[in-house]
Design a binder for this molecule. Sequence first.
Ligand code: ADQ
Length: 737
Amino acid sequence: MRPFQLSLRFIFPLAVVLGAFALVMLPLVDELAQRWFLRDLDIRSQLLARSLRDPMADLVALQDAQGIQSLFDRSVSDAHVRAIAFCDMSGRLLYRSSGFPPGLGCEPGAPQGLRVTDAPLEQDGITLGRIVIAQETGFIDRRTDEFRNYLFAIFLLMFIVISALGAWIAHWGWQGWMQSLKTLVSRDTVGPGRLGAPPAPPEFRPLVSDLRALLHEMNLERRTQQQSPQAWTPDKLRSLLHDELAGDQVLVVSNREPYIHEQGEHGIVVRRPASGLVTAVEPVMRACSGTWIAHGSGSADRVTVDAHDRVPVPPKRPAYTLRRVWLTAEEEQGYYYGFANEGLWPLCHMAHVRPVFRTSDWEQYVAVNQRFADAVVAEAHGDDPVVLVQDYHFALLPRMVRERLPKATIIMFWHIPWPNPESFGICPWREELLAGLLGNTLLGFHTPFHCKNFLETVDRYLETRIEYDASTVSYGGELTQVEPYPISIAWPEPDAPLDVVRCRNEVRQSLQLPVLHQLALGVDRLDYTKGIAERLQAVDRMLDQHPEMVGRFSLLQVAAPSRSSLDEYQGLEARVRKLALAINQKHANPVAPPVLLRVEHFDEEQLARCYRAADVCLVTSLHDGMNLVAKEFIAARDDELGVLVLSQFTGAARELHEALIINPYHIEQGAQALYRALQMPEAEQRERMRSMRSRVRDFNVYRWAGLMLLDAARLRRRQRVTEKIHSHSRQALRRAS
Ligand code: ADQ
């Protein structure tokens, strides 16, 4: 069918061209043929006249009318000659052949269907008169018609032959191309282990990499669609774990623990940290009932664990085990605050804070990674657990675990951006970090851009074999798959949604704001990458530009203290507080301060109320892997109202196109977007919010985890098959020797 369609595409223009050609050509050909035939008649007339000249001269001199008549009648027997006459010099008709047509004489002009020519008759230099010859022209039309028909037939034949030839070429060409394409496609879908595949045909070579990239993207897209995003629920994730990783043990490693036990005034309290990572990974652990290994940082953590440093969580409905690892103050200082947060964090974020690298911090980082790797090995029930490693605190751990558990499937998700090779290159231990990360079976980033940066960095600093099309790195005989998995949130359960109007009123009341007061919201860890200062400046600028908004609008900024022991963070808190104060003084009014700064940790419900109460959510990160606050705001808005102002430098901006996207460094742009958000008609808010809600609902955290685990299961199966093949070949070799 396809070659036929292709042929039609060729034949139709050909028919048009040939048709147009025939339309122009046929009248021209008619005219030309007529002219040729007439010229032919004239030449024949001349010849006849010449052959008559001598006998005629004698006969005219003798005035032998009978002889002339007989001469004329003999000549008229020629196929086309109709009549011959002789006219004297005065134009009198003296002699003519028998059957001379009426209307024909010595005067110029000829009746219909005849062509008349004349030739002078001379003797001894004296002109005696003119021989007039009339020839029939009827045959010219007949012959011209015949000629035209032949020509038409030739055109038709040409058309048929060229079309058939075209169709034939299209058919075989298509088949050949399809075959080549199929070879390429099948090589791409087979995946990274496609070394024995034949080379691409020469005509495809310039296209190979583009085609593969396209196919890879299509594969990803198809895979996404096949997973039917709507279907991603905790149950689906659980059943996927059951089907794909049945009986396999799942271990999570992260620095931050999902539940912190603190010694409070009235006994032990459990706190959940403000962390995007915890928000994302917790639902996975609930679904798979594994073990989460994390740093026990709470003041009551030690008293709540059992003899093996384990505690079942969540405290109210335990679903999995938390295994705590203890760190000394020195270790925590060097590994966490030092190398991870003063070194790697600024190294990976473009927020204009210089990374600090100290050898002592690095040594602690190595030691703590080893400590956590030991914990993984200790918690593993078999030799091939699935290990999910979280974030930049554990870049070395994957290789350390790989060395002890070579069959383990190690999946790591890097929650922060990955910089370009030049930026990463300033790290004195770049090779060690990259080698550690290449101990992973699967390494995930938020966006394809981060994956690309990582592959380029590896390419720059390590001796590896990189397959860009398949997104794999081969290092020391091991393969690491590098893929984007945009993280998300758990879509809220619909059983007890908070009423938006109630939240609006209650939050305004608690902040002592009028009922109709417009409210923007910022929720972040107090971190310099989040662009909190830039956000406050945008508020200030907006109030400068629209003084009528003073007293009618406020920003509620909830900033959870974070890494407060670091100078950079203390300085940030001081800057933010100072800025908020200055803005409030500048735009002082009797109704409400423009900035309501709360440097504290809000619990889940408090946050949910704030998300619902806000007219606008401001996410102005200078650089952010994803940013879950943007998605949490969207998920909370079941009334489909509220506007999200989102920094272009977040991973979320790649997905939430209906937000008002801004460059947070451009304060005026932020101010304008804020004002526009506050003025946005409800219909537009609804349209934007509805679209973003459907995306976040479908692309939720279960999908994030599910896709990663599906890929891990696939790689795990492949690894098992490879191992079997190797063990068979080893046995065969042994038998042979
Ligand atoms: P974070 O930098 O921690 O995470 P983010 O994605 O914004 O950033 O998540 C913050 C989380 O903490 C959200 O769940 C939010 O509700 C919560 N939170 C923030 N402030 C809070 C407060 N004052 N009180 C209570 N809770 C608060 C890293 C990367 C991100 C990436 C995540 C997940 O930096 O880019 O999105 O991991 O991969």
